[in-house]
Design a protein around this ligand. Structure first.
Ligand SMILES: *Cc1c(COP(=O)(O)O)cnc(C)c1O
Length: 430
């Protein structure tokens, strides 16, 4: 399978090249040249398939020239070694919990898949690959954990000093081995700017094979389509039209869901639920794409002013907003509304949601007001413990901290403090 750049000014590349490059030389995102539906037989019999079979069959066409079947099965077995439960909430609503991975964030699957692909590719090369990533919190932990111990790959994570939660910081800074945390005296935007500058800095790119590990990378983005297939398998017997509500920031997850739909999965509609960073809900109203600087909210993994993957979604609909609107609705919610939803989920349904999942719940409820005869699934993208203060303040209860988090909290933080681009550059080139 070849991948082309959405900017159309760069050559087509293999899966392997797309993963190693991350972004095309013309700064476009890569997109698969062809999406071949899996066939009705697959969906009719999905109940009899394991999550490993489902994932293997679904992703094989995208990677097969670069990863043989045996290796792909091995990668999938490692990546998916935890559960993806569907939890019923009320009539016609359930949640798909994506937070049972090692760092309790849904990004674990994409990060682990990408890490294993890169590990496989670097095996054939003599040159070491450096993954450079800026994080505002969740991405860094998932990437650090996913890449830990992968040979031939070095990971450098930039995070803003004092601006990530304690749990998140420990997840970034206690692993060691091939993972280094650079603690930046600045904001997330400063970290992001340093990373972007490094990718354009020839002195660095001549000497180091750099790649990114955010959802623009096809190896992090595509495996997220597994979730939707797992949810379909679990809820198909409800016999209703299925709709998904996805708490969205960079729109990678929801875009992967749309790929699952193009693979033939029956789904009636997608709902992109956002916090007040509402560039997509506004776009769906006005047909005018108007990015803004991000606003801080309690669902901070979705504080994105210019979502990087939305361009892939527009491309899938040939930039035809009318057609897109047939399949996608998008709503935004304030922190106040989000807290009320968390409280409602807890008081009425005995369910502790994190702020991101709660935004997903709100979007689903709003859609179902007009479309009651649907079966709705909202994605719960983080464990509530990752947003401990907000959750406990809102539901006025203490929540249990999982064992794996407690263990990590006792480990010693190791980071390298930097404040300028040149310091980062010196570190990379050393
Ligand atoms: C990253 C993240 C999101 C947003 O996912 P996108 O693919 O960027 O839209 C939502 N919730 C949590 C907890 C996240 O970490």
């Amino acid at each position: 399978m070849n991948f082309y750049s959405l900017n159309k000014q760069a050559p087509k590349v293999s899966f392997k090249e797309a993963v190693i490059k991350g972004i095309a030389p013309d700064r476009g995102l890569y997109f698969p040249e062809k999406i071949t539906p899996l066939g009705t037989h697959f969906f009719e019999n999905i109940e009899s398939l394991s999550k490993f079979d489902i994932a293997f069959t679904a992703i094989r066409q995208f990677v097969t020239e670069d990863i043989d079947d045996e290796k792909l099965k091995e990668i999938i077995a490692e990546v998916l070694d935890f559960d993806f439960p569907i939890v019923p909430i009320q009539k016609n609503i359930s949640t798909l919990e994506l937070f049972h991975g090692p760092t309790l964030a849904f990004k674990d699957v994409g990060a682990r898949f990408m890490a294993r692909c890169l590990g496989h590719f670097s095996f054939e090369k003599t040159e070491e690959i450096t993954v450079l990533v800026a994080t505002s919190g969740d991405t860094g932990g998932a990437v650090a954990n996913g890449f830990l111990g992968v040979e031939g790959v070095k990971v450098v994570i930039l995070y803003p000093s004092g601006k990530v939660s304690d749990i998140q910081e420990k997840q970034l800074t206690t692993l060691g081995k091939n993972i280094t945390a650079l603690e930046v005296d600045g904001t997330f935007d400063d970290c992001q700017t340093m990373v972007k500058t490094a990718f354009l800095d020839e002195e660095i790119t001549k000497n180091k094979q750099l790649t990114s590990a955010n959802s623009i990378n096809v190896a992090r983005w595509l495996p997220q389509l597994f979730y939707f297939l797992f949810a379909y398998k679990a809820t198909k017997s409800e016999g209703k039209d299925i709709v998904f509500s996805i708490p969205s920031g960079n729109f990678g997850n929801i875009c992967a869901g749309m790929i699952a739909q193009q693979l033939g999965m029956p789904v009636k509609h997608f709902i992109a639920s956002t916090n007040v960073n509402d560039v997509v809900p506004r776009f769906m109203q006005t047909d005018f794409y108007d990015p803004k600087p991000s606003i801080a909210t309690i669902s901070n993994a979705m504080d994105v002013g210019d979502p990087s993957n939305f361009i892939r979604i527009r491309h899938m609909y040939n930039n035809d907003i009318k057609e897109l609107a047939q399949n996608l609705s998008s709503y935004s919610f304030t922190d106040e509304e989000t807290k009320e939803a968390m409280l409602e989920l807890y008081n009425d349904y005995n369910y502790v949601a994190d702020p991101h999942g709660a935004v997903g719940y709100l979007g689903l409820k709003k859609y179902q007001e007009q479309n009651p005869d649907t079966y709705g699934i909202f994605l719960e993208t983080a464990h509530p413990v990752k947003f401990l203060d907000t959750v406990e303040d809102t539901i006025k209860e203490n929540i249990d901290i999982p064992e794996k988090i407690l263990k990590q909290m006792n480990k010693k933080k190791k980071s390298i403090k930097i404040s300028t681009y040149d310091e980062m550059k010196a570190f990379l080139l050393a």
